[in-house]
Design a protein around this ligand. Sequence first.
Ligand SMILES: NC(=O)c1ccc[n+]([C@@H]2O[C@H](COP(=O)([O-])OP(=O)(O)OC[C@H]3O[C@@H](n4cnc5c(N)ncnc54)[C@H](OP(=O)(O)O)[C@@H]3O)[C@@H](O)[C@H]2O)c1
Length: 312
Amino acid sequence: MNDLVSLRFGLATRREFLFAALSAGVYALTGGSALADAAIKKPIPKTGELLPVIGLGTWQTFDVGAGKAARDPLRQVLSEFVRLGGRVVDSSPMYGKSEGVAGDLAAELGVQKQLFFATKVWISGRDAGVRQMDESFERLRTQRMDLMQVHNLVDYRVHLSTLRRWKEEGKVHYIGVTHYTASAHDELARVLAGEDLDFVQINYSLGERDAEKRLLPVAADRRIAVLINRPLGAGGLFTKVRGKPLPAWANEVGCASWAQFFLKFVISHPAVTCAIPATSKTAHLIDNMQAGVGSLPSAAVRKQMADYFAAL
Ligand SMILES: NC(=O)c1ccc[n+]([C@@H]2O[C@H](COP(=O)([O-])OP(=O)(O)OC[C@H]3O[C@@H](n4cnc5c(N)ncnc54)[C@H](OP(=O)(O)O)[C@@H]3O)[C@@H](O)[C@H]2O)c1
């Protein structure tokens, strides 16, 4: 039994090592800064500010304690993210210690100014919302939040009225709403149509394409920037392709891994501004960031990607 476990562990470690070495090779060849220079950017429709198309989520991955063993890998993830040209870091008071960890690590690395912090309010009531958002400013160690979003539409009318005032005062730069499930898309579409928003954050991936029907067109029509959560299906997309090779044509469309295949599909939707995959591993971060360079698949190639994935 022990031998089996250690054999499995050994294989996983070797595979991870090979993958990391491969990524490191590409990385060394291009040099981190070359990758940063080549990062694809899309404009926030209301202002024209450009954002790199690959961001970083923090749900679960950054919810760790203060210990060195837990924080060192995340410090490296964040450091490489910035070095490779990343800016958008998404968090929430719902994610346990994640906001505080992201804030601490950004301060230690001295990269706060390079980052675009997106966090959320996730509570009912005006005063409770103000208190919670003020705590987020402290945890992320900033006086001005780049983007404050109403998490899962919780008490959104109340919080949006606070956020509009804060936007006028310059306390927040952009405001938005989020959700993570297709069952909320109809309500989200109504909110997008009725409220003056800068951003919406929604679930979209090769495994969850519902947003294409209504929400992404509404966002484009209303000139609302779109962040994509669960772009890797919370990791579930990898289960579907386990042991299956990439199609031969993947390389021609700039995808050297399944992660890049999944992410290029998401960021190439014309209404999508930025995908925010989460990872706790530097090798995965480097892999993901490579989806954000080169060219983006055309509509025809997107269809080919979706058909291929659906047939697996
Ligand atoms: N309601 C909301 O507002 C809402 C809801 C859901 C999510 N979000 C936001 O969106 C972010 C992203 O969504 P998510 O975290 O649910 O899911 P996701 O980004 O689709 O997937 C994350 C998972 O994929 C794995 N992964 C990442 N890169 C990989 C790679 N290159 N190769 C293999 N595995 C890889 C990660 O594990 P490793 O650590 O092993 O890499 C992790 O388990 C969240 O972190 C959060 O910030 C917001």
